[in-house]
Structure formats: C-alpha cells, structure tokens
Design a protein around this ligand. Structure first.
Ligand code: C6P
Length: 440
C-alpha cells in the first residue's frame, strides 16, 4: 500500500491530474503567496526550496494573523468583555478546525503547543515519566530528527528504560522486519517520523501501529514533515499521539499541536503548571482543569492558533489530491534532473516512495558552500545536518544540502536549482584547477 495514503482515510489520490494541470494549479496558487512577488536582489527572483524548514504563508493566513491583532487582541479564557470573548471563540474555533483536519474524535484531544518539539517533549516527560520503568523499551528509528530522539534519550535515562533503534535498509527505507523483530512485551512505545526530513522516506506507519499495538505498545507519530504534505486521519491510522507544527503547513511560527487519545491524556500529569490549567487552587494544592486546557498553562499562542485555523482552511481548499500528486511530480522531476550534476549523491529512496524533498552531497564541495553559491542565484536551500546528526553519521556524511518542495513550487524552480548547481560545480572545478596549476 502507498504509505502516504495510509495517513488519510481517503486512500490513494483519486483525482488524476496531468503534469500540465498540476503546473497550472501551482502557478495559480503562487499568486496567494505575497513573498514570491519579491526579488532576492534586483533582477533575481526568489526560488524558495526550504519548505521543510518552514513553509511560506498565503495571504489568508497573514490576514488572519493581522486581523486578530487589529480587532480582537485579548487574552483567552479570562476576560468577560466583548473582544476577550471574541478572542476565546476564535481560539477555540481554530481548535475545532484542527480537530476536524486530523479527524480527532473530540477537541479535548487537541492541545495547542508551540510546535512539534514541545509536543514530543510533553509526551516524553508526562507519558514517559509515568509509564516507563527499568526493563521497558522505547523504539525509535535511525532517521529521527533530534526532536524525536533527544526527549526519549532523556526520559529513558531518567526512568531506566532502554532506547532502541530500528535500522534502515541500504536504500534508506525503514527495515520493517528488523523493527518487528525488536518488538516485545517490553516495548512500551514506538516513536516514528511520518516522513524523514533528510531522506524523504515515508515509513509504513499504519503497519507500525498495527505491529506495536500487537505487543501492547503505544505509537507516537512525529508529523512535522508528513501532516503538511499528506495530512493525517488519526482515527484511521489509530496512532496514540501525533505531533506537528503550524509553521511547516502554511501557518505561523509559535503554534503546534499535540493530538493524544483521550484516555491517555486523561491519565497524564501536566508538564507545565500555572495559570488556566487549574480548576481550583489552595495554598497547599491544585486540581487540574479539563482537557485540553490541563496542558495549556499560561497564555497560549492565541493569534498563531487562529492563523493556523486559516492555514487549515487553505490546505483543505487546495486538497490533498493535488498536494500529493504535485509533490510527486516535483520530486520525480528533481531526482531525474539532479543526476545531471557531476559528483552528486542523492540521499534516500528513489521516487515514488518518498516525500517532496531531496537531500544530496556533492563530492568535494561543502554543503554550506553549495548553499551560499545557490543563494547568488536566488535559490534558497538548507545546508547542514538538518537536526539529524546520527543519521548523517550513518550515511558517512557530516552534512548535506536539501531542497524541499511545497504546493507553490513549479518545475522551473527545479530547473533553477539544477542550473545553479551546475554553475557551482564548474566554478569549484575551475578554482581547483587554478590552485593546482599555481602549485604545479
Ligand atoms: N525540521 C528542518 O529543516 P519544530 O522545530 O518543533 O517546528 O519541528 C521539529 C521537527 C521535528 N521533526 C521533524 C521530522 C522535523 O523535520 C522537525 C523540524 C526542520 O528539517 C527544522 S530543524
């Protein structure tokens, strides 16, 4: 089964688009992103290929954020005056939109956090801290982002549980048989990415959930790189926790989501304590508020949450059928064209079994130099270890360069990337030649 389709109840993309239709629609959508109208420098257009780091924002999201501050900038769940009640209603309406977006069975299962990192830390500290003990095991994969690795290292250290790593196959897929062999009654949790931010690998999460539940383990899905690109139906997938960030799905920074099954969240202690997460407080003790507010201590990111609601509306209007088909078109095209670059090594599995990003290494040129040269041509890519250092060690690399696509990219962006890379390789070759002839 297509692993991306497993995230949604709708199954495989049912609308069939031609490449020209996809390009046409992406060209229309570009009009909604005001930043794409700017030039990086006079005469140099912005070729934004870093959406895995953060996505661009459409006008409707920017307007929602500005409108909130213009019309109803008030704290939520506190004031009883009109604009405060409007702010509360807008904040809770955004939660309802998010709940529908991931098909949560109740808004009580949708906690607003500041992002994926905080969401995973919350589960590790709260669920892990109360459910793990010496002898227990937590399984993650070798391709996890630090956000889905370090919190588990920490909680395992604290509780005496053991952290285990499901390996990858030679072509960068998850070795499902090896993961299955690791599972036992000792396994208490499997924490897995919905899509790797380096390899583009989309693990078979539905199968992992089935296997983990078979041994009584819980499953957390790090949806930072999957929810923005193919959504998630938490009931169809049957995951226990899902974490994702607003800023990678056309929303603003500063807001993210933790979904958890109601019975699990009910039993978990709050990680942060203070205002608004309590029902009653005396000098000696406190009683926790109902879900989801039990986990939302202090003033939440109100305007970003409201704008995230606008991002959800935007993505729904665009539609998963288009987003998935379009990213497949771009990543397949990129894989094909990037082979033209001398000395390039593309990381991760070949299309179509991957998400819409491609990381690569070029022999003899440091990824930071590559990214700096590409910037001269207006091409914005990320270089570094992408917060996945252990994975890079496994690949025998210290760093890589990554181009990541989203619904507003077009094939001309891939052409610009490839042309700029060829020029970069040529310049470095000329430079090396000059140095060696000077030495000789
Ligand atoms: N990856 C990237 O350029 P935050 O920063 O909390 O919004 O998301 C953390 C995170 C968690 N999991 C995965 C798979 C991710 O890719 C990220 C963020 C960005 O790859 C920034 S390091």
């Amino acid at each position: 089964m297509d692993p991306q389709a497993a995230f949604t109840s709708s199954g495989p993309a049912n609308a069939v688009y031609t490449a020209e239709q996809l390009e046409q629609r992406a060209a229309e959508l570009r009009q909604r992103f005001p930043i794409l109208r700017r030039e990086v420098r006079p005469g140099v257009r912005l070729v934004y290929l870093d959406s895995a780091a953060t996505s661009l924002k459409p006008d409707s999201v920017i307007d929602a954020l500005a409108e909130h501050y213009r019309l109803r900038s008030a704290n939520v769940h506190r004031g009883i005056y009109t604009i405060a009640e409007e702010a509360t209603a807008a904040y809770e309406a955004a939660r309802e939109k998010v709940a529908r977006f991931i098909n949560a069975s109740s808004t009580a299962e949708v906690i607003f956090t500041h992002g994926t990192t905080e969401s995973i830390n919350l589960v590790a500290w709260s669920w892990g801290g109360t459910n793990l003990k010496p002898g227990d095991e937590v399984v993650v994969t070798q391709m996890e982002h630090h956000a889905n690795l370090v919190p588990w290292q920490q909680v395992c250290r604290r509780t005496g549980a053991t952290l285990r790593f499901a390996p990858l196959t030679g072509d960068g897929q998850l070795d499902l048989a090896a993961l299955e062999a690791m599972l036992s009654e000792r396994t208490k949790l499997v924490a897995v990415t919905g899509a790797s931010n380096v390899l583009g690998t989309v693990p078979p999460v539905a199968e992992i959930v089935r296997l983990a539940h078979g041994v009584g383990a819980r499953v957390l899905v790090d949806g930072a790189q999957s929810v923005p690109h193919f959504g998630c139906d938490v009931q169809a997938l049957d995951c226990d926790f899902l974490a994702f960030s607003g800023h990678k799905m056309c929303g603003p920074e500063g807001v993210g989501v933790l979904y958890g099954k109601l019975e699990l969240l009910e039993a978990m202690p709050p990680m942060f304590t203070g205002g608004e997460m309590v029902k009653k407080v005396t000098f000696d003790e406190a009683a926790w508020n109902d879900l989801p507010w039990k986990f939302e201590a202090g003033t939440p990111p109100v305007a970003p949450a409201v704008a995230l609601g606008a991002a959800v509306d935007f993505l729904r209007d665009v539609g998963w059928d288009f987003i998935r088909a379009h990213e497949q078109l771009l990543v397949s095209y990129a894989f094909e064209r990037l082979q033209e670059v001398p000395g390039i090594r593309l990381l991760g599995p070949a299309p179509p079994n991957r998400s819409g990003l491609v990381a690569f290494a070029i022999e003899g040129i440091h990824p930071h130099d590559v990214a700096q040269f590409l910037d001269r041509y207006g091409v914005a890519v990320r270089a570094g270890h992408h917060c996945a250092q252990p994975l890079h060690q496994l690949l025998g690399l210290r760093a890589s360069t990554r181009a990541s696509f989203y619904l507003y990219n077009v094939r001309a962006d891939v052409d610009a990337l490839v042309d700029a890379l060829k020029q970069t390789v040529e310049r470095f070759a000329r430079f090396r030649q000059r140095v060696s002839s000077q030495r000789g």
